[in-house]
Design a protein around this ligand. Structure first.
Ligand SMILES: NC(=O)c1ccc[n+]([C@@H]2O[C@H](COP(=O)([O-])OP(=O)(O)OC[C@H]3O[C@@H](n4cnc5c(N)ncnc54)[C@H](OP(=O)(O)O)[C@@H]3O)[C@@H](O)[C@H]2O)c1
Length: 269
């Protein structure tokens, strides 16, 4: 993929990991499309990133609807005429045991995390075939084994693995690459929100400590997965260990999670 002509769409890039990924792609010389639902937040991001590079388009839309996904891809094609990469970074999360969680919350998490990934991918595929481009799915270590208090999120992130794998096989003959990145616990922006059991939004507490990755580190891993056409990237040593245990000894992994359930509850407050 040549930075000088490559056009990369990063969904959910008005803040957080997506915004940092967009920033790094712009610094490498790519043309970048940023996206988010909240137009004011997206505009602020656009203004900030535009000071570094003018090869930038912002498209405010909800990618979890077919109409939103159409808008994103159509405006990209109208403006730049091509798509070389799609980073499916959109993601929301919720907190609460499934017994206490409203069906609305499950629906909202699946809408953004699954439909919000599948619809833009479907729309982008004809253009990715032309450019022999790459689609990257942003999953999580929570997509390795189900975790307490996070079941809709875990399930939605596990679904991305199936899409990444199926698409890789289906699109092989067209030269389209499909890869997945499993992100570990990462620093968050002060305005990052999650849904509570009833679907109200609440802010996440700031995260710090040696086990927390920076948004810059994570974005660098995502950009590398895109450019090197990696099939599966698991971030952090803990993530690699978790993944190995899930393959070799999933019962033991589950026992460890059960033994640490209070820590999960505390960390996910
Ligand atoms: N942070 C972590 O610790 C961590 C760990 C593992 C995996 N991940 C994954 O990494 C990705 C980014 O996480 P983050 O912490 O940087 O998230 P974040 O700060 O909450 O940012 C999410 C972005 O997605 C946008 N968005 C959400 N739903 C959307 C939709 N339906 N249509 C368009 N835009 C939408 C948000 O903007 P609007 O709200 O304005 O739409 C925002 O720009 C997510 O997929 C997340 O699951 C994060």
């Amino acid at each position: 993929m040549e930075p000088n002509k490559g056009v990369i769409i990063v969904t959910g890039s008005s803040r957080g990991i997506g915004k940092e990924t967009a920033r790094q792609l712009l610094a490498l010389g790519f043309t970048v499309v940023v996206n988010g639902r909240n137009p004011e937040r997206l505009q602020a991001t656009y203004m900030e990133l535009q000071s570094a590079s003018k090869k930038l388009l912002s498209v405010a839309c909800d990618v979890s609807t077919p109409e939103g996904a159409n808008t994103l891809i159509n405006l990209t094609i109208e403006t730049f005429g091509r798509v070389d990469g799609l980073v499916n970074n959109v993601g929301v999360s919720s907190r609460g045991m499934l017994a206490d969680v409203s069906p609305l919350v499950v629906k909202m998490v699946f809408e953004s995390n699954v439909y919000g990934v599948v619809f833009p991918t479907q729309r982008a595929l004809p253009y990715l075939r032309r450019s022999k481009g790459s689609v990257i799915f942003i999953s999580s270590l929570a997509g390795i084994h189900g975790l307490p208090g996070l079941s809709p999120y875990c399930a939605s992130k596990m679904a991305l693995r199936a899409f990444a794998e199926s698409i890789r096989i289906e699109e092989h003959k067209y030269g389209v690459h499909s890869g997945i990145v499993l992100v570990g616990k990462t620093a968050v922006e002060p305005d990052k929100e999650v849904y509570d059991e009833q679907g109200s939004k609440r802010h996440l507490a700031p995260r710090e400590g040696t086990r927390i990755q920076s948004m810059e580190e994570v974005a660098t891993g995502i950009v590398r997965a895109l450019l090197k056409r990696k099939d599966r990237v698991i971030m952090t040593r803990l993530g690699k260990l978790q993944s190995l245990m899930q393959r070799v000894t999933p019962k033991l992994l589950e026992k460890i999670i059960v033994r640490n359930i209070h820590r999960f509850e505390e960390e996910n407050k």
